[in-house]
Design a binder for this molecule. Sequence first.
Ligand SMILES: [Zn+2]
Length: 139
Amino acid sequence: MEQSESCSIFAGMMKIESGIPGMHGRCIRCGAEIYGRTDKQFCSLSCKNAYNYNKVEKSRRIRNRVITALNVNYRMLESMLDAGTRSVDISTLEDSGFKPLYITGFRRTRGRYDEYSCFDIRYCRTENRVFNIRREEFL
Ligand SMILES: [Zn+2]
């Protein structure tokens, strides 16, 4: 009897709790209920800081991945130039880690093939082959 009373009181409290005025949304990081100003997105300052840190960190990781891919491509193209090689199958390059989608420049030419660049090294390419690899001389 006593226990069922406390249960009904508890149920009543739950009902009241879910209707607390001021709760207007959930934290976009942890999902906790948010009270206070209606434009608040976070339950706490630590959630806000963690969310923003992760956002910045994610962006930094993406940029680092691209820079790493460009560095790998550059080293491969440079070693080909050093070896006097001006033409190679893309599949051979890809087997060694070259990523053809990562370039620092692209230029349409009047010729048959467009020109790609990886920093100061330029090359033309077909679907299967990289050729005319050369270093651009900057003034
Ligand atoms: Zn939170």
